[in-house]
Design a protein around this ligand. Structure first.
Ligand code: ATP
Ligand code: MG
Length: 348
């Protein structure tokens, strides 16, 4: 049995911090969970390290996890002081990754959704934010269309609670605004809404917050680049020359001197087509090589090549990203992409 983050989180909800009359998960005290086989490492945030509750919670975490997940799990608990973690609405988010492209329809949302799923499957805590107000796709891709996130009040201010599906926290402008209403919105309103999703939301502690960006190099892109601490961008392109021209423009925007946001690499989507009855054949419908050329020019790696596969579209349309289906080889391609992105981030 592989231990999942969801199982660990569910178990930790039994551990109560009596001084605050709630469990340590709801209180946002669980800062980080790392799972390797039967080894579980957890860091927990306390107001002060000399708090007598530290020892009690320490023992309680170890005991609960062994009871719930088996006596043979090894549990390592690291207490950290609040002041070490920092404050601010996104302080619990370790890495914000923006999936970008200058061009529409190249597969940004598909890559963002499957990347989020693969990162989560590899044991990371993950959120996805859909920043495309004119054409939000994340709610459909995760099968949560029509649902409404909860709202809580903190210091008189409404705070959105992301929905959760497949263990991933999800927020989309599409939960709040219909695209035909959004068409009437001015740039400043869109920006405002985007900022609220970023900062007036209960993201909690995340290893990765994946942002599915709208196409182009407009207001939202600039706001994101200038106002937030982006760990890196992933560029999505098709292998056509015409697509890479737009992607190059988008890349340059994030790479401007003042912003210095690292470009993690390129994902070439719809790289080729393989008919299911001739699995040895590859048809390069959109040409070949433009991703490599761009990678060379920008001095960044090609992180992955995703073929055209009907199941990818089907997964998107039916609310279950293909990366969920481990028996499908494409799921492996996305898992490898997640590994590469994590490696790039860790090497920064
Ligand atoms: N590799 C693929 N194989 C088959 N279909 C794909 C693939 N990648 C994306 N698609 C399909 O192509 C369409 C466009 O993809 P997607 O919505 O991810 O693009 P996008 O870049 O986010 O578009 P937009 O610019 O409108 O936000 C979707 O229907 C998606 O299911
Ligand atoms: Mg999209």
């Amino acid at each position: 049995m592989t231990i999942t983050r969801e199982q660990v989180t569910t178990a930790l909800k039994q551990v109560i911090f009596f001084a605050k009359a709630n469990n340590i998960v709801e209180l946002g005290m669980v800062h980080d969970i790392e799972i390797k086989g039967k080894e579980i490492k957890i860091s927990i945030v306390f107001p002060k390290l000399d708090d007598p509750a530290v020892g009690i919670i320490y023992n309680s975490v170890v005991k609960t996890l062994k009871t719930e997940l088996g006596d043979d799990v090894s549990v390592d608990v690291k207490p950290i002081a609040e002041k070490e973690v920092g404050q601010g609405p996104l302080s619990g988010v370790k890495n914000i990754i923006a999936v970008i492209s200058g061009k529409g329809g190249v597969g940004k949302s598909t890559v963002a959704a499957n990347l989020a799923v693969s990162l989560a499957k590899a044991g990371n805590s993950v959120g996805i934010l859909d920043a495309d107000i004119m054409g939000p796709s994340v709610p459909i891709m995760f099968g949560v269309e029509g649902e409404t996130p909860g709202v809580l009040e903190r210091e008189g201010k409404p705070i959105m609670l992301p929905l959760e599906k497949y263990g991933i926290k999800i927020l989309s402008l599409g939960f709040f605004v219909k695209p035909d209403q959004a068409l009437m919105w001015r740039g400043s309103m869109i920006n405002n809404a985007f900022n609220q999703l970023m900062t007036d939301s209960e993201w909690g502690n995340l290893d990765f917050l994946v942002i599915d960006m709208p196409p182009g190099t407009g207001d939202i892109q600039l706001t994101l680049a200038q106002s937030y601490n982006i760990r890196g961008t992933v560029l999505v392109t098709t292998p056509q020359k015409i697509a890479t021209a737009d992607v190059r423009r988008a890349a340059m925007m994030y790479r401007q001197d003042k912003l210095e946001i690292p470009l993690l690499g390129i994902v070439e989507n719809m790289a080729y087509f393989t008919p299911s009855d001739c699995p040895e054949k590859k048809y390069y419908l959109f040409g070949q090589g433009a991703g490599d050329e761009l990678a060379k020019e920008l001095d960044i790696p090609v992180l992955g090549r995703i073929p055209i596969v009907e199941k990818i579209r089907e997964g998107g349309d039916t609310g279950k990203p293909i990366a969920m289906d481990e028996s499908n080889p494409i799921s492996k391609a996305f898992a490898e992409l997640a590994v590469k992105i994590k490696e790039r981030v860790e090497a920064l």
